[in-house]
Design a binder for this molecule. Sequence first.
Ligand SMILES: Cc1ncc(C[n+]2csc(CCOP(=O)(O)OP(=O)(O)O)c2C)c(N)n1
Length: 146
Amino acid sequence: MKDEATYRRLFRTALLIRLVEERIIALYPSDKIQSPVHLSIGQEAVAAGVCDGLRPDDLVFATYRSHGFYIAKGGRLDVMFAELYGRTGGISGGKAGSMHLAAPEVGLMGSSAVVASTIPHAVGAALSADEGACPVPVRGQRPCRA
Ligand SMILES: Cc1ncc(C[n+]2csc(CCOP(=O)(O)OP(=O)(O)O)c2C)c(N)n1
């Protein structure tokens, strides 16, 4: 661990991801959430750690377990929940839901349920990226470098 401030920042992000996903668990039986959800409980540190080392303009291509990467990349929680609720105020107008979260403004380019499809997406982004940019495809909870 580098220093106390880094530890606290990583812990805060991981805790936020956990609390958001526990809230999703609590809400799900109410039928307010309009899409299937896939959680990453116990894997919060992966998203927190990977995204902490990224620049804001580095790109992440996530899977259907994307809440953690969305949050760690700096996505807004209010529009994420609006998206899960199927509302027009959601990031994708309520049409994408949990499985296809995207927040291009913070570098989360999208989330795909097709296993390993993030890899060609990230390679394409890497080939067209500016020098030094770092597209990160996530497969399962195992991010790699494009
Ligand atoms: C191309 C493709 N083949 C098969 C599936 C069916 N499928 C859905 S989840 C899954 C397992 C994925 O395992 P992993 O990448 O480790 O993610 P995890 O859900 O365990 O986090 C499979 C094979 C799929 N979605 N896409």
